[in-house]
Design a protein. Structure first.
Length: 169
C-alpha cells in the first residue's frame, strides 16, 4: 500500500522513546494496552483477527463505542487503522516506528485524519477535544509508560484516569 502525504486536515505528532523499536511496536500493537496511555479510550476488546471495539469517554461523560479495523501492518515499522463507519465518517490513524539516533531508541510518528476535514477538526476542538493536542499528549503518555512504567501526564485525558486517584490507584 502506498503512503500518501497526510491530508491538509490531518494532525501529526512525534515522540522519541528510550526503548528498542521491537518493544515499542509490540506494546502499541497489542491494542489492549491502548487504554493505558490514550486519554479518552477506557477499554479495548478484540472482536476479530484485525478488529476491536473501543469504549471511549466522550464529552459530558458520555461513553461511546467505536469499531476499529487494522488495515495495514508492517512489523516494527507501521500500523494503520481506522474506524469502521461509512467511508466519509472514518477516523484514520497511521503510526510509524523507526530507530532514532542512539542505540535502543525509537521514533514514533502518528498521523490522525478525522472525518469532515477541517470542519471535523474544528468541531472536535469546540467540544474540548483538540485533535493535535490530544495526539501529542497521547504520545507523551506512551513515552512515559514505556520508559518509567507509569503515566503522570494528564493533559487532554479523562479527569481522574491517570495519576493519583485514577483507576487502579
Amino acid at each position: 500500500m502506498s503512503d500518501p502525504r497526510p491530508a491538509d486536515h490531518a494532525v501529526e505528532a512525534s515522540v522519541t522513546i528510550d526503548r528498542p523499536v521491537g518493544d515499542v511496536f509490540a506494546f502499541y500493537r497489542d491494542f489492549e494496552n491502548l487504554p493505558r496511555f490514550l486519554g479518552d479510550v477506557m477499554a479495548v476488546e478484540r472482536t476479530g483477527p484485525a478488529t476491536f471495539r473501543w469504549t471511549i469517554q466522550g464529552p459530558l461523560g458520555i461513553r461511546l463505542r467505536a469499531s476499529i479495523r487494522v488495515t495495514e501492518e508492517r512489523t516494527n515499522e507501521l500500523i494503520r487503522y481506522e474506524t469502521t463507519a461509512a467511508p466519509a465518517l472514518r477516523g484514520q490513524w497511521v503510526v510509524r516506528f523507526a530507530p532514532a539516533s542512539g542505540p535502543g531508541r525509537t521514533e514514533v510518528h502518528e498521523t490522525l485524519t478525522t472525518p469532515f476535514g477541517r470542519l471535523g477538526l474544528a468541531a472536535l476542538a469546540l467540544m474540548g477535544k483538540p485533535p493535535a493536542a490530544e495526539t501529542a499528549a497521547n504520545l507523551r503518555r506512551l513515552k512515559q509508560l514505556m520508559e518509567t512504567g507509569e503515566v503522570t501526564d494528564t493533559d487532554h485525558a479523562v479527569a481522574g484516569k491517570f495519576g493519583r486517584g485514577g483507576p487502579g490507584r
